[in-house]
Ligand binder design. Structure first.
Ligand SMILES: *Cc1c(COP(=O)(O)O)cnc(C)c1O
Length: 414
């Protein structure tokens, strides 16, 4: 639990840095067993030290360039833009920030590779991680293989069934994948099991959390390792049109790709920030994952944030056609950006996301991840409301090769 010791090194809270308790407003914090408090403090100290360390930064920058493939392009999606053009030739200009072109096909490698570097600096020889769809597990297994570090991935049995190909990928790269039978055998249960392992093996083990969720310092740390997405976007926007984007959009599961592109622009009031959640079969049905638009404030996996719970405070299973958005919680900074009204959050249904998956494939020759397709789908609602020719940047968080089987069951391209 939170202790008074954490009031040390108190820096005043700003809109972007959590306070000394690791909170963004009322959200975040460290609601964890006492045994984990030293590990979280150790991690925070190491992160603050190496974040400003030129040797660490040089190594990270080189890996991002040579191994991950950064910078990723900011691409003008001309035919998607044409779809929303008005009769007078005005209309939004739509750009895609191509995180799908990263090694392993999504943004997740930015965080995984940086945390493995950090773990090595901290002298930890063993890495553990949770995974749902397997994307974070694959990114972590990749980074561990690159450095020859022992890697253990916790994955729910139900997810292992659904994502057999990713299980094979992780094992191919030398990771040990441990099936989690508890609960529903999904991401929530795998996360709980990872925390349990960490409590037991904290001496030699680093836990690579996969989103901007969990106890402090993870929401800050994971965000800062993804902030390169927004930093590149600012530079590229400056080069392409000499200004800022007008609107930035990202899909929100735990919230890491959205936070990664938002962070650079939170202090730019002219930039609208929009997060799109998974509405599943509709937020009035029990089958959705729209935590911010359909949930309530509570505590899950060490942090206070919006989440899906029933009247007794039990966590409700989330549902989305995209496994990466299928999480009943959300990163605390998103809860804060929602309450402070700095960012807006909406949701789209499975159906709308599938239509966008097909539309983007047809119009751009880019098959987006089903997660990403949620952000693209919201253009259908947003664009008719806009006047003039605002520039919209969508974070294209991942590629959709992993989703073609799911989509093939639901779509019938002629
Ligand atoms: C995991 C994943 C997401 C959802 O995670 P966030 O932390 O919300 O970014 C979105 N898109 C892709 C491609 C993913 O793999």
């Amino acid at each position: 639990m939170v202790s008074a010791k954490d009031f040390q090194s108190s820096s005043p809270p700003t809109t972007e840095q959590p306070d000394a308790l690791g909170r963004f407003g009322q959200f975040g914090g460290k609601y964890v067993p006492e045994t984990l408090m030293p590990a979280l403090s150790e991690l925070e100290t190491a992160f603050r030290q190496y974040r400003d360390d030129s040797g660490f930064q040089a190594e990270l920058q080189e890996l991002l360039r040579e191994y991950v493939g950064r910078p990723t392009p900011l691409y003008l999606a001309e035919r998607l833009t044409a779809r929303y053009a008005k009769a007078d030739g005005s209309g939004p200009q739509i750009y895609l920030k191509r995180e799908d072109l990263n090694h392993t096909g999504a943004h997740k490698i930015n965080n995984a590779i940086a945390q493995v570097l950090l773990a090595r600096r901290m002298g930890k020889q063993r890495i553990i991680a949770e995974t749902g769809a397997g994307q974070h597990g694959v990114a972590t297994a990749t980074a561990c293989a690159r450095f020859g570090v022992k890697c253990v991935i916790y994955m729910g049995v139900h997810d292992m069934d659904r994502q057999a190909l990713n299980v094979f990928r992780m094992r191919l790269m030398g990771a040990e994948v441990i099936p989690v039978e508890a609960g529903n055998g999904t991401l929530k249960d795998a996360t709980s099991e990872s925390i349990r392992d960490w409590v037991t093996n904290v001496e030699n083990t680093h836990y690579i959390l996969g989103s901007v969720a969990g106890p402090h310092p993870y929401p800050m740390l994971v965000r800062d390792f993804h902030a390169v997405i927004g930093e590149e976007t600012r530079t590229q926007a400056q080069q392409k049109w000499g200004g800022l984007p007008d609107i930035i959009m990202g899909c929100v599961g735990g919230g890491s790709n959205a936070m990664g592109i938002f962070h650079e622009f939170v202090d730019e009031p002219s930039v609208r920030l929009i997060g799109v959640e998974a509405g599943g079969e509709g937020i009035d049905s029990p089958k959705h994952a729209a935590t911010l638009t359909g949930g309530e404030v509570g505590i899950l996996h060490g942090a206070m944030s919006y989440l899906l719970q029933d009247e007794e405070g039990q966590i409700v299973e989330a549902h989305s056609i995209s496994a990466g958005l299928d999480y009943p919680g959300v990163g605390p900074e998103h809860s804060y950006l929602k309450e402070s009204q700095r960012a807006e959050y909406y949701n789209v249904t499975d159906e709308q996301a599938l239509a966008a998956f097909e539309r983007c494939s047809r119009l751009e020759g880019i098959i987006p991840a089903l997660e990403t397709a949620h952000a693209i789908a919201y253009l259908e609602t947003l664009c008719p409301q806009l006047t003039g020719s605002p520039r919209i940047v969508i974070n294209c968080s991942g590629r959709g090769d992993k989703d073609v089987q799911t989509a093939a069951k639901r779509l019938n391209p002629g």
